[in-house]
Design a protein around this ligand. Structure first.
Ligand SMILES: C[S@@+](CC[C@H](N)C(=O)[O-])C[C@H]1O[C@@H](n2cnc3c(N)ncnc32)[C@H](O)[C@@H]1O
Ligand code: SF4
Length: 407
């Protein structure tokens, strides 16, 4: 949930959607995202829409937050009233730090979603969690409430790297929390890593990967550090206190991740995501990447229903105020043009191991695919089967391949 929202046309006060959008809600799956915009402190690299207690000001509080989200859920039920989704396939509670809310509040929000639309019997229900903000007890409460998956922000095993990233947890706490989650009955546990942080050595990252593998989790996400404008980290780099990340180092780290995770039995299924088994893949993210419908609850949350995309007001106080007045918290929306929808489809599906059907490409894109194949960026077997599937080298250059596949 990045901090900067795009522009668009206004959302009606009652949140209503064009009839064209609600005609086949959930045809490609239906998910619910819940944004929890609170953090104990802000990590220097992060530009997500999240607030510390000091930054929050009046008009919004962690205490009242679950009820505010439930008020948006009631509005969502009214908007989709005549065209409810068949069922909720996935729920993803992200942040911010969802686990700063009491586990009972997270349980209440999930119960509200179930009562509103009904959770599928095999629904995937994830919450993100910061390692220092869960306990064996809170994890047991979440599991009993119906959460099926925990995603922990580990970032690194190296104390020096955690310090540069301003993380609050000590080295070792993330893998400990992952074991606590497994003991609480979670079969699906993810650890997030960030690589390429200034000061991180190849050995530091190798140690992070070794710890992740030893923790027995079934999913790993690894992201190159992005230096976001306006963050403390960006300011430190501008002042020369820290070096900017290097693309060559990031590529080396990516290859190290692929090699260690592959050796440990993980397979990539999206450029930055690996799972031990198909059942371990994050179905909620797959729903985003495959163009499914989802309702995003919370300040700054984005939603997508039937080709209409909208996003909520950003500040928790403005969000609560709109809902208290019985109004949609939607700030603006847009209907994707066919060209925009095509660009998005290529960008998202090319990053998947399942690849992109060559048939969706225009002539210029097919010519680009032939060049990428000749350059070793697309897999010959996938291509022969009619799909654009990135090779390992192609994964390192995914953005360039996307550009080549677009008109
Ligand atoms: C926004 S956080 C929310 C979860 C939780 N608060 C945490 O920090 O673990 C989700 C993940 O996004 C990734 N992330 C956030 N900002 C990033 C950045 N500037 N560069 C790379 N990864 C980033 C981190 O790996 C993080 O675990
Ligand atoms: S804890 Fe997570 S969401 Fe909060 S500031 Fe740090 S990276 Fe961002």
């Amino acid at each position: 949930m990045p901090g900067v929202l795009p522009e668009g046309e206004p959302v009606p006060a009652d949140g209503s959607l064009p009839a064209t959008a609600t005609r086949a809600v959930g045809a490609r799956g239906f998910g619910v995202y819940v944004h929890v915009p609170f953090c104990a402190s802000r990590c220097g690299y992060c530009d997500f829409n999240t607030y510390t207690a000091d930054e929050l000001g009046g008009g919004a509080s962690r205490e009242g937050y679950a009820d505010t989200v439930l008020a948006e859920l009631a509005l969502a039920a009214r908007v989709l009233g005549d065209a409810p989704p068949p069922r909720v396939d996935t729920v993803f509670v992200g942040g911010g730090t969802p686990t700063l809310l009491p586990a009972d509040d997270l349980a209440r929000i999930l119960d509200g979603i179930d009562r509103t639309w009904g959770l599928a019997a095999d629904a995937e229900v994830t919450t993100e969690a910061n390692p220092e903000s869960v306990t064996p007890e809170s994890l047991k409460t979440l599991r009993a409430a119906g959460y099926t998956r925990i995603s922990l922000g580990m970032q690194s095993a190296a104390p020096g790297v955690l310090a540069i990233l301003d993380r609050r947890h000590r080295a070792g706490r993330a893998t400990e929390a992952a074991r606590e989650a497994r003991d609480a009955g979670f079969d699906h546990v993810n650890l997030d890593l960030i690589y390429g942080t200034p000061g991180e050595s190849a050995d530091d990252f190798a140690a992070s990967l070794a710890q992740v593998v030893a923790a027995g989790v079934d999913h790993v996400s690894a992201y190159a550090l992005i230096v976001e404008d306006g963050t403390r980290l960006a300011a430190r780099m501008r002042r020369g206190e820290l070096p900017y990340p290097s693309d060559d180092v990031a590529a080396d780290r990516y290859l190290a991740a692929e090699s260690a995770l592959d050796a440990a039995g993980f397979s990539w299924y999206e450029v930055s995501n690996w799972a031990r088994t198909p059942a371990g893949r994050c179905r909620h993210n797959l729903l985003y990447w495959n163009g499914g419908d989802w309702w995003g609850l919370g300040p700054g949350a984005h939603s997508h229903v039937g080709g209409v995309r909208w996003w909520n007001v950003k500040h928790p106080a403005a969000y609560a105020k709109r809902l208290a007045a019985g109004e949609s918290p939607g700030l603006a929306r847009e209907v994707l043009t066919p060209d925009e929808a095509h660009t998005e489809d290529v960008m998202l599906r090319l990053r998947l191991a399942s690849g992109l059907p060559l048939a969706v490409l225009a002539d210029a894109g097919r010519a680009g695919a032939r060049r990428a194949l000749a350059d070793g960026l697309l897999d010959p077997a996938g291509y022969a089967a009619g799909r654009a599937v990135l090779t390992l080298r192609g994964r390192l250059l995914a953005d360039a391949v996307v550009r080549d596949l677009l008109p």
